[in-house]
Design a binder for this molecule. Structure first.
Ligand SMILES: *[C@@H]1O[C@H](CO)[C@@H](O)[C@H](O)[C@H]1NC(C)=O
Ligand SMILES: *[C@@H]1O[C@H](CO)[C@@H](O)[C@H](O)[C@H]1NC(C)=O
Ligand SMILES: *[C@@H]1O[C@H](CO)[C@@H](O)[C@H](O)[C@H]1NC(C)=O
Ligand SMILES: *[C@@H]1O[C@H](CO)[C@@H](O)[C@H](O)[C@H]1NC(C)=O
Ligand SMILES: *[C@@H]1O[C@H](CO)[C@@H](O)[C@H](O)[C@H]1NC(C)=O
Length: 402
């Protein structure tokens, strides 16, 4: 027998059979369990010992062990598992009195599908994405079939992504007031169809604006310039204009201020000088007032322009050599060239320059006075020294022997 098993003829036959019988019966060659039977959790499940008439008594094993869950065996040898739970899953085999294997079956337990809870996202006028969540945990593999239609139209497939539990519709009939999505979930224990109805123009919700940037405006301690791009999932041409809302507040405040704009950039005119601000932007279809605002963009932190304390205060007011249009898209040019003298709101940064000037001035005066005192003192000392020297030389002269 071992010689036969390893013979090339035998191996070729096995190879041929496994290929010709794939995939339905391939498991026969790897394991004795050929069938899968599905049962409902919390119900009584009957496993028959093969199809033909069986001579009783028979012996049942689960996973090659004689320990079985709560059960009874009927007169024809069938095993009835009572009120099954997950622990009853496994490979069941029945044997006759002589220990000969009669039949084996793999039991998988779960539930038939329940209704789905469906929601749809509409990021632009040409795309709908619907996703679903199961209301019943089935524990079993499922197949789905999804289709979509506008009022009175033909069903069109909603293209499935089963792993992510969603489907996509391209170019829906947006002019229809109401749309219906139909999803059928099927598993080994049953099938359930869920219908969802939607008004696409109310679900229309753009993605948030992208590449948001907030910049200080040089020379303006109360202004901020906010830049953004329209969401990349929104058509780039002007046929579907968006409205943008910008909200901002000094960090720590609970009150937002808001401005609206039809295009980037937008200027905030009433920022709180010297404070870090939080800024966010969101978008909505400008024409369709029933549509939804996008989510807000992530918080951006920025501080308005302020005078920096440099050693020479005069230098801080010199405007740098930059493209004036970029920084001052709205204000007239004369104002931009000399922002200090024309700035109508004197703020505490200007006062700081004045204070520094005063301090420097007093330091200069103090130094002058001190050096004057020092000079007078030195002169006085030298004079005293001179008179002392004269006196001693005179004494010396007097005591010299003639
Ligand atoms: C399961 O079987 C038990 C015992 O035969 C019986 O009392 C019970 O009603 C059955 N349950 C179901 C759901 O059929
Ligand atoms: C049950 O049978 C399957 C093949 O049908 C096999 O993969 C698995 O290992 C078996 N489990 C046990 C515990 O015998
Ligand atoms: C039998 O084996 C299956 C895997 O095939 C396992 O899920 C199950 O828990 C086992 N059951 C028992 C009672 O050991
Ligand atoms: C899915 O639904 C479509 C439209 O109702 C139908 O034509 C198709 O046969 C269904 N497919 C399956 C696998 O149920
Ligand atoms: C609409 O949104 C979808 C999903 O984000 C995207 O694939 C598609 O290109 C968008 N259509 C247009 C016209 O931008």
């Amino acid at each position: 027998m071992p010689g036969l098993l390893s013979s090339p003829v035998y191996l070729t036959v096995v190879w041929f059979l496994s290929w010709s019988l794939l995939p339905s019966c391939a498991q026969i060659w790897t394991d004795e369990v050929s069938d899968v039977q599905y049962g409902r959790l919390e119900s009584n499940v009957t496993l028959a010992c093969g199809k033909s008439q069986i001579r009783t008594p028979v012996v049942w094993h689960l996973n090659h062990s004689s320990a079985l869950p709560w059960h009874k065996v009927t007169s024809d040898g069938a095993l009835v598992l009572l009120h099954v739970d997950h622990s009853a899953q496994g490979n069941y085999s029945c044997y006759d009195n002589d220990g000969l294997l009669l039949h084996s079956v793999k039991l998988r337990l779960g539930r038939p599908p329940g209704l789905l809870s469906i929601s749809c996202q509409v990021p632009n006028y040409t795309h709908v994405r619907c996703s679903w969540v199961e209301s019943v945990k089935t524990f079993l593999p499922a197949k789905y079939n999804a289709s979509f239609r506008g009022n009175g139209q033909m069903w069109a497939p909603c293209v499935l992504d089963i792993v992510r539990k969603r489907c996509d519709i391209d170019h829906p009939a947006f002019w229809q007031a109401m749309h219906t999505l139909r999803i059928t979930e099927t598993n080994a224990l049953g099938s359930e169809t869920t219908y969802g109805q939607f008004r696409l123009h109310e679900l229309l919700k753009p993605n948030p604006p992208e590449s948001v940037l907030v910049k200080e405006i040089e020379g303006y301690p109360k202004r901020l310039n906010v830049f953004w791009n329209i969401p990349s999932s929104w058509p780039q041409h002007d046929a579907f204009p968006l409205l943008f809302q910008i909200r901002y507040r000094p960090q720590g405040s609970i009150y937002w201020s808001e401005i609206y704009s039809e295009e980037s950039p937008a200027i905030i005119f009433d920022a709180l000088a010297g404070h870090v601000h939080q800024v966010q932007v969101r978008a909505r279809d400008e024409v369709n007032s029933e549509s939804q605002w996008s989510e807000w963009t992530p918080l951006l932190l920025v501080r308005p322009w302020q005078v920096y304390t440099t050693p020479d205060p005069a230098e801080a007011f010199l405007p740098e050599e930059r493209d004036p249009d970029y920084y001052f898209p709205i204000t007239p040019k004369p104002e931009t060239s000399t922002p200090k003298s024309h700035n109508p709101v004197p703020d505490d940064k200007g006062n700081l320059g004045l204070v520094i000037l005063l301090v420097l001035f007093s330091v200069v005066i103090l130094t002058t006075i001190l050096s004057l005192i020092f000079v007078v003192w030195v002169k006085q000392r030298r004079h005293d020294h001179m008179t002392k020297q004269e006196l001693t030389s005179m004494v010396k002269m007097k005591t010299m022997p003639i």
